[in-house]
Design a protein around this ligand. Structure first.
Ligand code: NAP
Length: 460
């Protein structure tokens, strides 16, 4: 895949980049390994100071960084600004709480003393996707720099300028050379890097295919991996939900980030008693969305990230229809240049339809009608994915009971699946393994080292 900025609003090539050569990659890994040896000896306050400067830089440069995100992947500008702010919050969060998360854990053996100490493991590789170019990197890099690890980031080939900007920002904030390195390489070259002996672990956010490939390379070389993969979150509407508010959240949950969220509300499941009202109101709101240039503050839905993404999604919808699904709204491209697709709603998507098990990555909602709560839970769980999910009901205790029965890594009651620095993020099943964010997210790439001190006695 060529490393290029192609503006999806126009499909024009803006800038092309040369991939790094093998010697350049080798030098970058060597520099990261050297940086790690020094960084691991620094104190938590020293590391926190760097992170706070990074967060301040993110905020200071927010307008320019947000425009870069919009240019490279088509996010609405206001949402791009929100992503930069969220990324700064994550970086600040680990600066503030990292030391407490990583403090020694005293143990209480029957004699002597013992503790668990959190030590860094070394140089890590992050393979990141284009859909949240700053947030995804922040949630990988911030906790790991706080631990004392050094990081290499192979960003998606479609957002090279975002990748370069993040590395520059780290250097401006005072990061020593090699502590954070952006690798301008395409995905097919990531696996070879994973097997490099100087790299101690890999975290990938992206598709199942990329995750399987990287995890296989990590397994072969006996290294830990964390995988944050695709999802097809259920959005369950029970008969006692506040329908008007629930419809508003369904629209946000489906089209936030132009529909390109791993935790988007992709499957809307309403119980029979409210299904007609929900579908009617949801369809009206989706139909009224203003599709347009993501730099225009009036636009509510921008383009998909690329021409290939838009063409692929239309093909998926056509395949769904060919296998029995019905298009209630949209289903086609928008008649204008760029990678735009109309807001779309599918019904009659049965388990026999091959698209039933696929992720719809864009403004396409699949609507399902079920007799009752039990059927809603069964349908929600009938998915290869297990990332997030949500349930809408006025009865919070009922919402929590439903949440207990969903086989996913995250469940939200009365809100679509969402993210913030202090909530752990991750999935089950084919959505991957491991967690990012919050306290759990800082535990993935640490050596939890036991240190045991006994009184010196005779062995027998
Ligand atoms: P993708 O193709 O898998 O790309 C993600 C990253 O993996 C890119 O840097 C890509 O590099 C790299 N890559 C691709 N093939 C690879 C391979 N064989 N070996 C190693 N690296 C490889 O993902 P995408 O389709 O663009 O992104 C959308 C997917 O990410 C969706 O499924 C979405 O749900 C998922 N996602 C998950 C989360 C989460 O937290 N669970 C968050 C965001 C997105 P190139 O760009 O150079 O190909």
């Amino acid at each position: 895949m060529a490393i290029q900025t192609i503006n999806p609003t126009t499909n024009q090539v803006v800038q092309s980049f040369e991939e790094m050569t093998e010697p350049a990659i080798d030098a970058a890994v060597a520099q990261a390994a050297t940086a790690f040896e020094a960084w691991k000896t620094t104190t938590y306050p020293h590391r926190a100071k760097l992170l706070r400067r990074v967060a301040a830089q993110l905020r200071a440069q927010k307008p320019a960084l947000a425009r870069l995100v919009t240019l490279e992947m088509g996010k609405l500008l206001a949402q791009a600004e929100g992503e930069i702010e969220l990324s700064a919050n994550i970086v600040d969060y680990y600066a503030e709480h990292g030391a407490a998360f990583l403090a020694d854990q005293p143990l209480h053996p029957d004699h002597g003393t013992a503790l668990v100490r959190h030590s860094p493991v070394g140089v890590l590789l992050g393979v990141e996707p284009w859909n949240f170019p700053f947030y995804q990197v922040a949630r990988f890099a911030a906790p790991n720099l706080m631990i004392g690890n050094a990081v290499l980031v192979k960003h998606a080939s479609s957002v090279p300028q975002c990748g370069i900007a993040i590395e520059r920002l780290l250097r401006e904030a005072g990061a020593p050379a090699g502590l954070y390195t952006n690798l301008l390489i395409s995905g097919r070259r990531a696996d070879a890097l994973v097997t490099d002996l100087r790299i101690k672990g890999v975290s990938l956010t992206g598709s199942e295919a990329a995750g399987a490939s990287v995890a296989a390379a990590a397994g072969q070389s006996l290294k830990k991996s964390v995988l944050e993969l695709g999802g097809s979150d259920a959005f369950i509407v029970l008969e006692d939900a506040d329908i008007d508010r629930t419809v508003d959240w369904a629209v946000v949950g489906r089209i936030n980030n132009n529909g390109e969220c791993c935790v988007a509300a992709k499957r809307l499941i309403a119980v029979e008693a409210v299904a007609d009202e929900f579908l009617r109101k949801f369809t009206a709101k989706m139909a009224a969305l203003r599709v347009g240039d993501p730099l225009d503050p009036a636009a509510e839905l921008g383009p998909l990230s690329s021409e290939a993404a838009a063409a692929g999604l239309v093909e998926q919808v056509q395949r769904a229809v060919h296998n029995g699904a019905t298009v209630v709204l949209g289903g086609q491209r928008v008649a204008r240049p760029g990678a735009f697709m109309a807001p779309t709603i599918l019904t009659d998507l049965t388990p026999a339809n091959p698209v039933f098990c696929e992720e719809l990555f864009g403004p396409v909602a699949a609507f399902f009608r079920v007799p009752d709560e039990a059927a809603a839970i069964a349908l929600a769980n009938d998915s290869p994915f297990g990332l997030g999910g949500s349930v809408f009901t006025r009865d919070v205790a009922r919402g929590q009971r439903v949440a207990d029965q969903l086989d996913t890594g995250m469940v939200f009651v009365n809100h679509p699946t969402w993210t913030q620095a202090d909530l752990p993020f991750g999935g089950t099943k084919r959505s991957g393994y491991g967690r990012e964010l919050a306290g759990l997210g800082i535990e993935e790439f640490v050596n939890k080292k036991l240190i045991r001190v006994s009184a010196l006695i005779d062995p027998f």
